[in-house]
Design a binder for this molecule. Structure first.
Ligand SMILES: [Cu+2]
Length: 227
């Protein structure tokens, strides 16, 4: 989860999020280089008289400052497309979990099991135990096996919501009448927090998401205890 005054992203928990972090750093590097160049040019234009004939009118330099930005754009677009297609891929999921957004809680359905469904409400601040996180803890966590491909199906029962887990690089809109799909792979166990990321109403801030990623053996024990 995020810590106070955090500026960057949360640590990556899925391979996709690692890719996204790399891409973010790569793009930001280009932005910094362009910004410093522009800043340098602005300051030199303000402090000098540009009277050199070969910079006032020159085909060569115009060719360069047309082609160079095009190359830079390609250098951003290609890795971006690569990650886009990686995120779209679903290879043979081991488990499917359907989540529905409601005003204002999430409900989960493990469709591979006969009757494994539950609602997940936020724990009110007055009921929190010491060490629990305000506005983030829920009464029923989504327990999932780690290191496995899980297919998340996301939809909504009333208004637009968005099911988001930053450390897994997931954010999928929950749209009434439409079933969205995303892949979830966690490379390590732990608790992962997220919040509804679509302004959905007055209690929008009070429908958090908590994933509990555990080894497969523990997941089996949990699912058996839930049936
Ligand atoms: Cu919502």
């Amino acid at each position: 989860m995020a810590y106070p005054f955090q500026l960057g992203f949360q640590d990556a928990t899925s391979p996709i999020m690692e890719e996204l972090l790399h891409f973010h750093d790569h793009t930001l590097m280009i932005v910094f280089l362009i910004s410093s160049l522009v800043l340098y040019i602005i300051s030199s234009m303000l402090t000098t008289k540009l009277t050199h004939t070969s910079t006032m009118d020159a085909q060569e330099v115009e060719t360069i400052w047309t082609i160079l930005p095009a190359i830079i754009l390609i250098l951003i677009a290609l890795p971006s497309l690569r990650i886009l297609y990686m995120m779209d891929e679903i290879n043979n999921p081991s488990l499917t979990v359907k989540t529905m957004g409601h005003q204002w809680y999430w409900s989960y359905e493990y469709t591979d099991y006969e009757d494994l469904t539950f609602d997940s409400y936020m724990i009110p601040t007055s009921d929190l135990k010491p060490g629990e996180l305000r506005l983030l803890e829920v009464d029923n966590r989504v327990v999932l096996p780690m290191e496995m491909t899980i297919r998340m199906l996301i939809s909504s029962e009333d208004v637009l919501h968005s099911w988001a887990i930053p450390s897994l690089g997931l954010k999928t809109d929950a749209i009434p009448g439409r079933l969205n799909q995303t892949t979830l792979v966690a490379s390590r166990p732990g608790l992962y927090y997220g919040q509804c990321s679509e302004i959905c109403g007055s209690n929008h801030s009070f429908m958090p998401i908590v994933l509990e990623l555990v080894p497969l053996k523990h997941f089996e024990e949990w699912s058996a205890s839930m049936l």
